[in-house]
Structures are given as structure tokens and as C-alpha cells.
Design a protein around this ligand. Structure first.
Ligand SMILES: Nc1ncnc2c1ncn2[C@@H]1O[C@H](COP(=O)(O)OP(=O)(O)OP(=O)(O)O)[C@@H](O)[C@H]1O
Ligand SMILES: [Mg+2]
Length: 242
């Protein structure tokens, strides 16, 4: 379980998180929505310990993330995949080597088995044919799928998805949503998903929380949120909001 309890974070002169509280039960996908610049990516970065809260608590499986030693943090990151906003691939490495990176970094799997594991996740995201290509030569949708393969290559228990369908056409988006739901259902991965997309939130989410003023302003199951008359819920999830 991922828990944020009353997290406050100031960056520069702005109070970005101001009492952020929510929890992600194991085996579910929790969707974070909210206007641009409200701290969604910053929130994800607290969960893997890139940022430390000024006050409040961040816990994974009951363990305090900011209190972790370097080794504990590395151990946590082995169990947690991160799909960065826009894929964040390394341009001078092939798709294959980008996806293999977390295995190398954490020394996971004997070297001889890494290739098979990378090939397996590339197939899962439909990128087998592109493994030898370099990021500047592939489309935005392919970059995102490569980022997703990289997030999944370590067989993580948790995956943080930062805008997994930004800039994708509706057909590829749909495939990504199905993949995220499948990863939850077949691999029992717990997900925290940041998205602006109603389709993404409703097709792969279980619970949805919407951020305003540095905290979750409204939250509920997908069904509750779709039925809600709350102004924010309607703005993000109402008909025609996609
Ligand atoms: N390392 C940093 N140093 C200073 N300010 C930062 C840093 N990272 C983010 N911010 C600021 O924190 C605020 C929230 O940023 P964040 O990236 O979390 O927004 P977001 O909700 O993910 O937006 P978007 O939907 O556009 O991705 C922004 O004002 C941003 O400029
Ligand atoms: Mg962001």
C-alpha cells in the first residue's frame, strides 16, 4: 500500500503540496487528476523518494520513505516501476538498452537472462520490431510504450505512471489503457496513475482523486466520481471532458 498523509511541500516560493492525503490499496489503480502545475508529478516523486516532504508522511507497505537509508531506497526502487512523463528515454541508447537499464542498474537477473526479459516486455507493449531503434527515430507513442516497458521490466509490485497516454492517438491510447489494466489484473501490480484523460481514468482506474490547492479535493471510486455533481469531478470526468 502507498500512503500519503498530510504531506506539505514548498518548492521555490510556492506551496505545491498543502495537506496531500490519499492511499492506494494493493492491487488497485489509483488515478490522480488535476490542473497542470498542481503537483501531480511532484506527488509521484515523493513516492519514490526523489522529493522529501517538508512535513507529513509518505509510506510504502507501512515503511516511511523519507526515513529510508540509501540502500533501503534502492531496494524500494527495485520494486517500483516509474513511467516518466514523456517516456524520458536516453537518446543515445537503443530502445532495447533503454528498457534493459533498470536491470543493469539494480543488478537484477544474470546477464544472459536479461535479453530474454527485455524481449518479453517489448513484446508485451508491441515494440519487438523497434528494439534496435534510437528514441529520436521513433514516434511519441512508441517512446511512451518503450517507457512503459522500462517501467515493467523489473516485474515491479508498484508502478507509477505519469501521463501514460499524453499525445497519443485514441487507438494507441486505448491499447495503453488495456495494458495498464492487464498489468494490474494479471501481474497484480498496484498502480498510481497521473492523467488528464477521462478515458484513461475510467478504463484503467479503480479510484480517482482530483487535486486542488495542493490536496485531494474530491475522491471516490470510478462509478462514484462519474455520478458526482462536484464541480471538479464534472470538469475532469463529465461528458465531453476528454
Ligand atoms: N524541482 C523543482 N524545483 C522547483 N519547482 C518545481 C520543481 N519541480 C516542480 N516544480 C514546480 O512545482 C509545480 C508542480 O509541478 P508538477 O510537475 O508536479 O505539476 P503537474 O501537476 O505534474 O503538471 P502537468 O499536468 O503540467 O504535468 C510547478 O509549479 C513546477 O514548476
Ligand atoms: Mg506532471
Amino acid at each position: 500500500m502507498i500512503e500519503l498523509i498530510d504531506v506539505h511541500k514548498r518548492l521555490g516560493s510556492r506551496q505545491i503540496l498543502d495537506g496531500m492525503t490519499f492511499e492506494v490499496p494493493n492491487g488497485l489503480n489509483y488515478v490522480l487528476m488535476g490542473p497542470s502545475g498542481t503537483g501531480k508529478s511532484v506527488t509521484l516523486k515523493h513516492v519514490i523518494g526523489i522529493f522529501r516532504p517538508d512535513s507529513g508522511q509518505v509510506r510504502v507497505d507501512g515503511k516511511d520513505v523519507p526515513g529510508m537509508s540509501r540502500d533501503e531506497l534502492m531496494a524500494l526502487r527495485k520494486r517500483m516501476g516509474y513511467l516518466f512523463q514523456n517516456g524520458a528515454l536516453i537518446n543515445w541508447l537503443t530502445v532495447f538498452d533503454n528498457v534493459a537499464l533498470p536491470l543493469r542498474e539494480h543488478g537484477l537477473l544474470p546477464r544472459a537472462e536479461r535479453g530474454d526479459r527485455v524481449a518479453e516486455v517489448l513484446e508485451l507493449v508491441g515494440l519487438s520490431h523497434a528494439s534496435a531503434q534510437f528514441p529520436p527515430d521513433i514516434s511519441g507513442g512508441m517512446k511512451l510504450r518503450a517507457g512503459l516497458a522500462r517501467a515493467l521490466v523489473t516485474k515491479p509490485e508498484y508502478v507509477l505512471y505519469d501521463e501514460p497516454n499524453a499525445g497519443l492517438d485514441p487507438i494507441i491510447s486505448q491499447q495503453i489503457h488495456e495494458l495498464i489494466a492487464e498489468v494490474r489484473d494479471t501481474l497484480n501490480v498496484t498502480g498510481l496513475i497521473v492523467t488528464h484523460s477521462r478515458a484513461c481514468a475510467t478504463q484503467c482506474g479503480d479510484r480517482i482523486g482530483i487535486i486542488k490547492d495542493g490536496k485531494i479535493a474530491v475522491e471516490g471510486t470510478v462509478e462514484e466520481m462519474l455520478a458526482s455533481e462536484d464541480e471538479l469531478a464534472t470538469a475532469f470526468l463529465g461528458e465531453g471532458s476528454d
